[in-house]
Design a protein around this ligand. Sequence first.
Ligand code: GUN
Length: 286
Amino acid sequence: MAALINGKEIAQRVRESVRAETEDFKARTGVTPGLAVILVGDDPASKIYVGNKKKACIEAGFNSFEHILPASTTQEELIRLVERLNADPSVHGILCQLPLPKHLSSRDVIAAISPKKDVDAFHPQNVGKIMIGDYDFLPCTPAGVMELIHSAGISVEGKRCTVVGRSDIVGKPMAMLLLHENGTVTVCHSRTKNLAEECRSADILVAAVGKAKLITGDMIKEGAVVIDVGMNRDENGKLCGDVDFATAEPKASYITPVPGGVGPMTVAMLMKNTLTAAKLFAGEEK
Ligand code: GUN
Protein backbone atom coordinates (compact mmCIF):
# COMPACT_ATOMS: atom_id res chain seq x y z
CA MET A 1 0.00 0.00 0.00
CA ALA A 2 1.53 3.28 -1.10
CA ALA A 3 1.10 6.67 0.54
CA LEU A 4 -0.50 9.12 -1.87
CA ILE A 5 1.42 12.33 -2.54
CA ASN A 6 -1.35 14.91 -2.67
CA GLY A 7 -0.27 17.42 -5.32
CA LYS A 8 -3.46 19.42 -5.05
CA GLU A 9 -2.84 20.13 -1.38
CA ILE A 10 0.90 20.78 -1.77
CA ALA A 11 0.28 23.09 -4.76
CA GLN A 12 -2.26 25.03 -2.70
CA ARG A 13 0.34 25.50 0.05
CA VAL A 14 2.90 26.80 -2.49
CA ARG A 15 0.30 29.15 -3.97
CA GLU A 16 -0.65 30.46 -0.53
CA SER A 17 2.99 31.13 0.32
CA VAL A 18 3.46 32.97 -3.02
CA ARG A 19 0.32 35.02 -2.29
CA ALA A 20 1.57 36.03 1.16
CA GLU A 21 5.07 36.83 -0.15
CA THR A 22 3.55 38.85 -3.00
CA GLU A 23 1.57 40.95 -0.55
CA ASP A 24 4.80 41.84 1.30
CA PHE A 25 6.68 42.40 -1.96
CA LYS A 26 4.03 44.80 -3.29
CA ALA A 27 3.96 46.75 -0.02
CA ARG A 28 7.75 46.95 0.01
CA THR A 29 8.41 47.89 -3.62
CA GLY A 30 5.14 49.16 -5.11
CA VAL A 31 5.65 46.62 -7.92
CA THR A 32 2.83 44.23 -8.87
CA PRO A 33 4.16 41.05 -10.50
CA GLY A 34 2.75 40.67 -14.03
CA LEU A 35 2.51 37.52 -16.14
CA ALA A 36 1.75 37.65 -19.87
CA VAL A 37 0.43 34.44 -21.38
CA ILE A 38 0.26 33.98 -25.15
CA LEU A 39 -2.09 31.43 -26.66
CA VAL A 40 -2.10 30.88 -30.43
CA GLY A 41 -5.03 28.96 -31.91
CA ASP A 42 -7.84 27.15 -30.14
CA ASP A 43 -6.49 23.86 -28.81
CA PRO A 44 -9.06 22.97 -26.11
CA ALA A 45 -6.51 21.60 -23.58
CA SER A 46 -4.29 24.68 -23.98
CA LYS A 47 -7.31 26.95 -23.41
CA ILE A 48 -7.99 25.20 -20.09
CA TYR A 49 -4.33 25.47 -19.03
CA VAL A 50 -4.23 29.18 -19.90
CA GLY A 51 -7.48 29.76 -17.99
CA ASN A 52 -5.99 28.03 -14.92
CA LYS A 53 -2.89 30.21 -15.13
CA LYS A 54 -5.01 33.38 -15.26
CA LYS A 55 -7.03 32.27 -12.20
CA ALA A 56 -3.82 31.49 -10.28
CA CYS A 57 -2.37 34.93 -11.14
CA ILE A 58 -5.43 36.71 -9.81
CA GLU A 59 -5.41 34.61 -6.63
CA ALA A 60 -1.70 35.39 -6.09
CA GLY A 61 -2.28 39.14 -6.46
CA PHE A 62 -0.52 39.38 -9.83
CA ASN A 63 -1.52 41.24 -12.97
CA SER A 64 -2.52 38.76 -15.67
CA PHE A 65 -2.16 39.75 -19.32
CA GLU A 66 -3.73 37.37 -21.81
CA HIS A 67 -2.90 37.47 -25.51
CA ILE A 68 -5.18 35.15 -27.44
CA LEU A 69 -4.16 35.07 -31.10
CA PRO A 70 -5.76 33.30 -34.07
CA ALA A 71 -4.19 30.10 -35.46
CA SER A 72 -3.36 32.09 -38.62
CA THR A 73 -0.88 34.33 -36.71
CA THR A 74 2.46 34.60 -38.51
CA GLN A 75 5.87 34.03 -36.97
CA GLU A 76 6.68 37.75 -37.44
CA GLU A 77 3.51 38.85 -35.67
CA LEU A 78 4.20 36.51 -32.76
CA ILE A 79 7.83 37.63 -32.41
CA ARG A 80 6.70 41.28 -32.56
CA LEU A 81 4.32 40.63 -29.66
CA VAL A 82 7.09 38.93 -27.65
CA GLU A 83 9.39 41.90 -28.28
CA ARG A 84 6.68 44.31 -27.12
CA LEU A 85 6.22 42.27 -23.93
CA ASN A 86 10.00 42.12 -23.40
CA ALA A 87 10.04 45.93 -23.36
CA ASP A 88 6.94 46.34 -21.14
CA PRO A 89 7.96 47.12 -17.52
CA SER A 90 4.61 45.90 -16.14
CA VAL A 91 5.30 42.40 -17.53
CA HIS A 92 7.80 40.35 -15.50
CA GLY A 93 7.03 36.91 -16.89
CA ILE A 94 6.19 35.80 -20.45
CA LEU A 95 4.83 32.37 -21.30
CA CYS A 96 3.90 31.18 -24.77
CA GLN A 97 1.61 28.17 -24.39
CA LEU A 98 2.89 25.12 -26.29
CA PRO A 99 2.32 23.39 -28.60
CA LEU A 100 2.11 26.11 -31.24
CA PRO A 101 0.36 25.58 -34.60
CA LYS A 102 2.65 23.69 -37.01
CA HIS A 103 3.64 26.68 -39.17
CA LEU A 104 5.23 28.43 -36.16
CA SER A 105 8.66 27.68 -34.70
CA SER A 106 8.45 27.31 -30.92
CA ARG A 107 12.24 27.29 -30.80
CA ASP A 108 12.47 30.75 -32.40
CA VAL A 109 9.66 32.14 -30.24
CA ILE A 110 11.27 30.85 -27.03
CA ALA A 111 14.63 32.31 -28.10
CA ALA A 112 12.95 35.71 -28.61
CA ILE A 113 11.68 35.85 -25.00
CA SER A 114 13.98 37.83 -22.69
CA PRO A 115 15.78 35.28 -20.47
CA LYS A 116 14.89 37.52 -17.49
CA LYS A 117 11.16 37.08 -18.26
CA ASP A 118 11.37 33.41 -19.28
CA VAL A 119 9.31 31.96 -16.41
CA ASP A 120 9.05 28.59 -18.22
CA ALA A 121 12.89 28.37 -18.16
CA PHE A 122 12.84 27.18 -21.79
CA HIS A 123 15.24 29.81 -23.22
CA PRO A 124 18.63 28.27 -24.19
CA GLN A 125 20.41 30.62 -21.77
CA ASN A 126 18.26 29.41 -18.87
CA VAL A 127 18.58 25.77 -19.98
CA GLY A 128 22.37 26.21 -19.90
CA LYS A 129 22.22 27.78 -16.44
CA ILE A 130 20.21 24.84 -15.13
CA MET A 131 22.82 22.48 -16.56
CA ILE A 132 25.54 24.11 -14.44
CA GLY A 133 23.29 24.47 -11.39
CA ASP A 134 23.31 28.31 -11.39
CA TYR A 135 19.80 29.39 -12.25
CA ASP A 136 17.07 31.93 -11.48
CA PHE A 137 14.19 29.81 -12.80
CA LEU A 138 13.52 26.09 -12.98
CA PRO A 139 11.05 24.66 -15.51
CA CYS A 140 7.70 24.42 -13.74
CA THR A 141 6.87 20.71 -14.06
CA PRO A 142 10.26 19.26 -13.00
CA ALA A 143 10.46 21.87 -10.21
CA GLY A 144 6.98 20.79 -9.12
CA VAL A 145 8.08 17.14 -9.03
CA MET A 146 11.05 18.07 -6.80
CA GLU A 147 8.69 19.98 -4.50
CA LEU A 148 6.46 16.88 -4.21
CA ILE A 149 9.48 14.68 -3.42
CA HIS A 150 10.69 17.14 -0.76
CA SER A 151 7.21 17.56 0.74
CA ALA A 152 6.99 13.79 1.22
CA GLY A 153 10.32 13.90 3.09
CA ILE A 154 12.07 11.74 0.46
CA SER A 155 15.81 12.15 -0.06
CA VAL A 156 17.22 11.70 -3.58
CA GLU A 157 20.85 11.36 -2.45
CA GLY A 158 22.39 8.09 -3.65
CA LYS A 159 19.06 6.75 -4.97
CA ARG A 160 18.63 5.11 -8.34
CA CYS A 161 16.36 7.45 -10.29
CA THR A 162 14.82 6.47 -13.62
CA VAL A 163 13.18 9.11 -15.79
CA VAL A 164 11.03 7.72 -18.59
CA GLY A 165 10.82 10.36 -21.34
CA ARG A 166 13.44 12.78 -22.69
CA SER A 167 11.46 15.88 -23.64
CA ASP A 168 13.07 19.31 -23.37
CA ILE A 169 10.19 20.44 -21.13
CA VAL A 170 10.17 17.58 -18.60
CA GLY A 171 12.46 14.55 -19.09
CA LYS A 172 15.81 16.26 -19.68
CA PRO A 173 15.52 18.97 -16.98
CA MET A 174 14.01 16.39 -14.59
CA ALA A 175 17.12 14.22 -14.94
CA MET A 176 19.30 17.26 -14.25
CA LEU A 177 17.44 18.25 -11.07
CA LEU A 178 17.66 14.69 -9.71
CA LEU A 179 21.36 14.69 -10.55
CA HIS A 180 21.84 18.01 -8.69
CA GLU A 181 20.49 16.25 -5.60
CA ASN A 182 22.98 13.40 -6.03
CA GLY A 183 20.66 10.79 -7.50
CA THR A 184 22.09 8.17 -9.88
CA VAL A 185 20.02 8.97 -12.93
CA THR A 186 18.98 6.90 -15.95
CA VAL A 187 16.92 8.42 -18.76
CA CYS A 188 14.76 6.02 -20.81
CA HIS A 189 13.07 6.73 -24.14
CA SER A 190 11.42 5.06 -27.11
CA ARG A 191 14.67 3.31 -28.17
CA THR A 192 15.49 1.97 -24.71
CA LYS A 193 16.12 -1.78 -25.03
CA ASN A 194 14.56 -3.15 -21.85
CA LEU A 195 12.29 -0.54 -20.35
CA ALA A 196 10.78 -2.88 -17.74
CA GLU A 197 14.19 -3.80 -16.37
CA GLU A 198 15.37 -0.17 -16.29
CA CYS A 199 12.21 0.82 -14.41
CA ARG A 200 12.52 -2.09 -11.96
CA SER A 201 15.96 -0.87 -10.91
CA ALA A 202 14.57 2.50 -9.81
CA ASP A 203 14.13 3.69 -6.22
CA ILE A 204 12.53 6.81 -7.68
CA LEU A 205 10.66 6.44 -10.97
CA VAL A 206 9.44 9.48 -12.89
CA ALA A 207 7.17 8.75 -15.85
CA ALA A 208 6.89 11.56 -18.41
CA VAL A 209 6.19 10.03 -21.82
CA GLY A 210 2.54 10.76 -22.53
CA LYS A 211 1.50 7.12 -23.04
CA ALA A 212 -1.52 5.97 -21.04
CA LYS A 213 -0.69 3.32 -18.40
CA LEU A 214 2.66 2.40 -20.01
CA ILE A 215 4.25 1.65 -16.64
CA THR A 216 2.62 -1.36 -14.97
CA GLY A 217 3.08 -2.85 -11.51
CA ASP A 218 5.48 -5.56 -12.71
CA MET A 219 7.89 -2.78 -13.82
CA ILE A 220 8.09 -1.29 -10.32
CA LYS A 221 10.48 -2.23 -7.54
CA GLU A 222 8.86 -3.04 -4.20
CA GLY A 223 8.88 0.19 -2.14
CA ALA A 224 9.76 2.57 -5.02
CA VAL A 225 8.62 6.19 -5.17
CA VAL A 226 6.48 6.61 -8.31
CA ILE A 227 5.91 10.06 -9.80
CA ASP A 228 3.47 10.22 -12.72
CA VAL A 229 3.77 13.30 -14.95
CA GLY A 230 1.45 11.88 -17.64
CA MET A 231 -1.94 13.33 -18.46
CA ASN A 232 -3.73 11.04 -20.89
CA ARG A 233 -7.16 9.58 -21.63
CA ASP A 234 -7.65 5.83 -21.24
CA GLU A 235 -9.75 3.59 -23.52
CA ASN A 236 -12.91 4.87 -21.76
CA GLY A 237 -11.97 8.53 -22.14
CA LYS A 238 -11.09 8.81 -18.45
CA LEU A 239 -8.08 10.92 -17.36
CA CYS A 240 -5.08 8.75 -16.52
CA GLY A 241 -1.32 8.98 -16.19
CA ASP A 242 1.62 7.14 -17.76
CA VAL A 243 1.47 4.74 -14.81
CA ASP A 244 -1.17 2.05 -14.41
CA PHE A 245 -2.22 3.17 -10.95
CA ALA A 246 -4.19 0.01 -10.04
CA THR A 247 -1.19 -2.33 -10.45
CA ALA A 248 1.54 0.16 -9.44
CA GLU A 249 0.05 1.39 -6.19
CA PRO A 250 0.40 -1.92 -4.27
CA LYS A 251 4.14 -2.03 -5.13
CA ALA A 252 5.07 1.60 -4.45
CA SER A 253 5.89 3.26 -1.12
CA TYR A 254 4.73 6.66 -2.43
CA ILE A 255 2.77 7.45 -5.58
CA THR A 256 1.22 10.54 -7.19
CA PRO A 257 -2.35 10.24 -8.47
CA VAL A 258 -3.61 11.54 -11.85
CA PRO A 259 -5.34 13.93 -11.64
CA GLY A 260 -4.29 15.69 -8.44
CA GLY A 261 -0.58 14.82 -8.44
CA VAL A 262 2.00 16.62 -10.57
CA GLY A 263 -0.55 18.62 -12.63
CA PRO A 264 -1.47 21.26 -10.04
CA MET A 265 2.21 21.77 -9.18
CA THR A 266 3.03 23.18 -12.63
CA VAL A 267 0.84 26.25 -12.15
CA ALA A 268 2.03 26.72 -8.55
CA MET A 269 5.68 26.74 -9.65
CA LEU A 270 4.84 29.16 -12.46
CA MET A 271 3.50 31.58 -9.85
CA LYS A 272 6.72 31.14 -7.87
CA ASN A 273 8.84 31.86 -10.97
CA THR A 274 6.78 34.95 -11.82
CA LEU A 275 7.29 36.36 -8.32
CA THR A 276 11.03 35.61 -8.66
CA ALA A 277 11.13 37.47 -12.00
CA ALA A 278 9.39 40.48 -10.43
CA LYS A 279 11.80 40.44 -7.47
CA LEU A 280 14.82 40.38 -9.78
CA PHE A 281 13.25 43.22 -11.82
CA ALA A 282 12.88 45.24 -8.59
CA GLY A 283 16.57 44.64 -7.78
CA GLU A 284 15.89 42.17 -4.98
CA GLU A 285 17.38 38.74 -4.36
CA LYS A 286 15.17 35.89 -5.55
N1 GUN B 1 2.42 23.11 -22.64
C1 GUN B 1 2.41 22.05 -21.80
N2 GUN B 1 3.15 22.32 -20.70
C2 GUN B 1 3.63 23.56 -20.85
C3 GUN B 1 4.46 24.39 -20.04
O1 GUN B 1 4.92 24.04 -18.94
N3 GUN B 1 4.73 25.63 -20.56
C4 GUN B 1 4.27 26.04 -21.77
N4 GUN B 1 4.61 27.25 -22.18
N5 GUN B 1 3.50 25.29 -22.53
C5 GUN B 1 3.20 24.06 -22.07
